[in-house]
Design a protein around this ligand. Structure first.
Ligand code: SF4
Ligand SMILES: [Zn+2]
Length: 345
C-alpha cells in the first residue's frame, strides 16, 4: 500500500526532487532518499512507510513531552523505520537508523520494501483511537516529516472523530511540509538540540537554521508548540549555548514551554556520562532569566522543577512527579486571573 507522495517535483529522466525536508534529495529512478522511506518508482515518488508503524503504543502525553496539552491524558503514539537525521545520541536508533544500517549490511541485496508491512492504515488508527477513547494521535519515535502523507491522511480522519493530532519532531522540515501539515496539526514538540550549526552538521547530520525557521512557522500557524533540549555534558551544556536557545524561544514567544532533559548514554555516545540534575536545574534558571514563563526538567525525578506554576502569582497549578499528574482545581486560568497558555480540554 504505497501512497504517492504529495511533496515532490518530477525532474528530467525520471528523477524526482523530494520537498518534504531541507535535504531536498534528488532521487533517481529505483532509489530512495536519505531517510530511506521515500522511493522513486518509475519517475514518481512513493512513501513506502505509509501505514507501516515499527512501534505503536499508548503513552502519557507527558512522555512526549507535552505539559500544556491535555495534561494527565493519553495519546496513541507511532513511529516507523527511518529518519532524516542520524544523531549520534539517538535513543530510538534501532528504528530510526534501521534502513541505513541494513543498507550497509545487505549492500546490493538491500530492498527498502521488505521493511514495511502496511498493517495500520490511517482509517485503522483513527478508528482504534475513537473506539478506545484515546483523545490524541502522535507521530513520534522517528521524524514525522518524512511520513508527511501518512500523517496528513491520519490527521484528517482524526479531526473528523474529534481526536487531537501531534508531532514529536526534530524540526528539520521544509517550509512546504510545515505549511501543509499545520492546518491539521494541534500540537508539536520540537527538539532544539543545540544552537551551534556545526553540532547539527557533525552530530545530527542536519542543519540548525531550518529548525529555527520551522519552530517559528509552526507557532505562527497556530500549532501549540513546546521545545525540548536534550542537554549532553560537554556538547551543548555551556551557559552561553543554553542562553542562546532560551533567548531564541523567548523571541518566538515566552509562553512556549522549554523542556531541558537529561541525556542517558546511547548509540554512538554510549560511553558518555548522564546529565547531572544540577546541570538541568541551572538550565532551568537560564530559561527563566531569559524571560521564559515555563521551563521544565525531564528524564530526572524532580517534582518542583517538573510542575507548573502561575508566572504571575507563582501558585502551584499542576503538580507532576514523573508521569504522575495532579491538576488540583486547575482548568486553564489561575485563581489570580492569569490565563495559562496551552490546550487544556
Ligand atoms: S524527507 Fe527523506 S527523501 Fe525527502 S528530502 Fe528529506 S531525507 Fe530526502
Ligand atoms: Zn496566578
Amino acid at each position: 500500500m504505497y501512497r504517492e507522495a504529495e511533496l515532490y517535483e518530477a525532474l528530467e529522466e525520471k528523477s524526482v526532487k523530494c520537498t518534504a525536508c531541507p535535504h531536498y534529495c534528488i532521487i533517481r529512478e529505483g532509489l530512495s532518499g536519505a531517510c530511506g522511506v521515500r522511493k522513486n518508482k518509475g519517475g514518481k515518488l512513493y512513501l513506502l512507510a505509509y501505514g507501516a508503524p515499527a512501534t505503536l503504543a499508548v503513552d502519557p502525553l507527558e512522555k512526549k513531552p507535552l505539559f500544556h496539552f491535555l495534561p494527565g491524558q493519553h495519546v496513541l503514539s507511532l513511529g516507523t523505520l527511518g529518519c532524516n537525521f542520524g544523531c549520534d545520541f539517538c535513543q530510538n536508533w534501532d528504528i530510526s537508523q534501521a534502513m541505513k544500517l541494513a543498507r550497509v549490511e545487505k549492500k546490493k541485496e538491500f530492498k527498502e520494501e521488505e521493511f514495511f508491512q502496511p498493517t495500520w492504515p490511517p482509517e485503522k488508527l483513527a478508528e482504534y483511537a475513537a473506539t478506545q477513547r484515546i483523545p490524541a494521535i502522535a507521530f513520534t519515535y522517528n521524524e514525522p516529516t518524512i511520513l508527511y502523507e501518512y500523517a496528513l491522511d491520519t490527521f484528517k480522519l482524526a479531526r473528523k472523530n474529534n481526536i487531537k493530532t501531534i508531532y514529536v519532531s526534530n524540526g528539520f522540515a521544509s517550509l512546504e511540509a510545515v505549511e501543509g501539515i499545520s492546518k491539521w496539526l494541534d500540537a508539536i514538540n520540537v527538539d532544539l538540540k543545540s544552537f551551534n550549526d556545526a553540532f547539527y552538521r557533525k552530530v545530527c547530520k542536519g542543519r540548525l537554521k531550518p529548525v529555527l525557521e520551522a519552530i517559528r512557522l509552526y507557532h505562527e500557524k497556530g500549532v501549540w508548540v513546546e521545545v525540548t533540549t536534550l542537554v549532553i555534558p560537554g556538547q551543548n551544556d555551556s551557559q552561553e549555548e543554553l542562553g542562546r536557545i532560551a533567548e531564541f524561544i523567548d523571541s518566538v514567544n515566552p509562553q512556549i514551554p522549554w523542556h531541558v532533559t537529561a541525556f542517558h548514554p546511547d548509540y554512538k555516545m554510549a560511553s558518555r556520562t548522564s546529565t547531572p540534575a544540577k546541570t538541568l536545574l541551572k538550565a532551568r534558571d537560564i530559561g527563566f532569566a531569559a524571560g521564559l514563563d515555563y521551563v521544565y526538567v525531564g528524564n530526572v525525578l524532580h517534582s518542583e522543577a517538573e510542575s507548573t506554576y502561575c508566572p504571575s502569582c507563582k501558585k502551584l497549578l499542576i503538580e507532576r512527579r514523573g508521569f504522575f499528574v495532579s491538576l488540583k482545581d486547575f482548568s486553564g486560568t489561575c485563581s489570580c486571573g492569569e490565563k495559562i497558555a496551552g490546550v487544556w480540554s
